[in-house]
Ligand binder design. Structure first.
Ligand code: PLP
Length: 437
């Protein structure tokens, strides 16, 4: 695939790549048009939309996906980290089958919920007690609300570029739909600025919620001194520190908290921890989470019809206890580090303005050199190249997140990684003139 000579600028290269995509995917396009009669824009999940139209996925197996026009892809989107187990892990599948055999919606407590809670408490160093929800968004709503009730304070500090769910969207521009808390916005990795903000807020601040590595924002690692400062200052101010580990908990056996050594008061989880079923959880210090003990006279209420649904509880338990063991978490993320280094070496070899940030099994591409410490650094990149990379990778049978995020699954083999490297090499060579030096 060589870039046609007509592609003298990025906009025309993107237009040409999108035209090629449209021609190759008439069935997906027709499906979207049909869906648009009843779903706004044919969509019920904003993150999955990209121009000219998203592919309709019909099947997944191992690390592969197929679309409605019959193309096969290697899945590097990995359901934005929820797809850690791949599409057909036999242990997960057997756990779901067993659960289905015994009934689905039974309106009672079940054995698997305590099993999964036990596996989580054993795993993540600061989680002494845990409650389940149905999504990461809901887990964060509950964690922030619990922090406000526990401290009897209103304020919620967030970081620009952070994402904690569809009502906690702090990318530039924000969202009119955000949960109506009084927010204070810090700049990620800004030690001095965020320290001053926490001190300024004083007794008004209930919590700081932060991703120890910003995932959706571009796989931006939280610097150790930044995370340590947040710990120290929240402690001094009487506010709670909440780590959103919905994505990052996969990065090591005890999540990113264990790897950084910075210990939050509360942690939210989601994604793969439910074995690929709908999932969220929040947990942490026993003195806080025990306020949900319904036998207490001062108990906080927290219902949720599907909080302990048997498919999630059984799939999650099988996943954490039998598949994503501590040893597997370590070797899996080490493979991701090697892949990220290989992709960066490729960009260096060709001398292009392109880099891959991240850690372990999560990475993101940026079209610029230099440190990427926060969303402002991300915005300084040549982000108009992202749709071109996306279209070109899809054309080569690679399925990444449109925004340039790559997430690994246990189903990936060395051949899957080699295919990604080869496709990236092809992209760089064929689009060389657009990529900068
Ligand atoms: C860091 C983080 N927190 C929370 C969420 C929200 O999780 P969910 O999509 O399950 O509501 C996401 C989703 O991508 C996320 O990346």
């Amino acid at each position: 695939m060589n870039a046609p000579a007509a592609n003298t600028d990025i906009a025309s290269a993107v237009a040409e790549a999108q035209a090629r995509f449209s021609a190759a995917n008439p069935n997906s396009q027709a499906q979207l048009e049909q869906a648009a009669k009843v779903l706004p824009g044919g969509n019920t999940r904003t993150v999955l939309f990209y121009p000219p139209f998203p592919l309709t996925i019909t099947k997944g197996e191992g690390c592969h996906l197929w679309d409605l026009d019959g193309h096969q892809y290697i899945d590097f989107l990995g359901e934005y980290t929820a797809g850690l187990y791949g599409h057909s892990n036999p242990t997960i599948r057997a756990a779901i089958d067993r659960a289905l055999d015994n009934g689905i919606v039974m309106g009672g407590q079940n054995q698997a919920e305590a099993g999964l809670a036990g596996a989580i408490v054993d795993r993540f160093p600061t989680i002494e007690r845990v409650r389940f929800t149905n999504s990461g968004t809901e887990a964060n709503l509950m964690a922030v609300s619990a922090a406000r009730a526990f401290t009897n304070r209103p304020g919620v500090m967030v970081m620009s570029g952070g994402y904690h769910g569809s009502v906690f969207y702090f990318a530039p521009g924000g969202s009119p739909l955000n949960a109506p808390f009084p927010y204070v916005m810090g700049s990620y990795n800004d030690v001095e600025g965020c320290c001053a903000l926490i001190r300024e807020q004083g007794a008004d601040l209930a919590c700081v919620i932060v991703e120890p590595m910003q995932g959706g924002g571009g796989c931006i690692q939280g610097r150790p001194d930044f995370l340590a400062m947040l710990r120290e200052e929240t402690k001094n101010s009487g506010a709670l520190l909440i780590f959103d580990e919905v994505m990052t908990s996969r990065l090591g056996p005890g999540g990113l908290q264990a790897l950084t050594g910075v210990m939050p008061d509360l942690t939210s989880l989601g994604k793969y921890v439910g074995g690929g079923m709908s999932f969220g959880a929040f947990g942490g210090r026993a003195d806080i989470i025990d306020r949900f003990d319904p036998s207490r006279s001062d108990a906080w209420p927290h219902a949720g019809t599907f909080n302990n649904n048997v498919l999630t509880m059984n799939a999650g338990l099988a996943g954490l206890s039998q598949v994503y063991t501590a040893a597997v978490a370590e070797s899996f993320n080490a493979r991701g580090d090697v892949l990220r280094q290989a992709l960066n070496a490729l960009a260096d070899k060709h001398g292009v303005e392109m880099q891959f940030t991240g850690r372990g099994s999560m990475m993101a591409v940026h079209f610029r050199r230099g440190d990427i410490c926060n969303v402002e650094d991300v915005l300084a990149g040549r982000n108009e190249l992202r749709p071109l990379l996306h279209m070109d990778l899809v054309a080569q049978g690679i399925y990444p997140a449109a925004r340039g995020m790559f997430t690994l699954s246990l189903a990936h083999t060395e051949a899957s990684f080699a295919a990604l490297e080869a496709a990236m090499d092809e992209f760089i060579v064929s689009r060389r003139s657009l990529l900068g030096n």
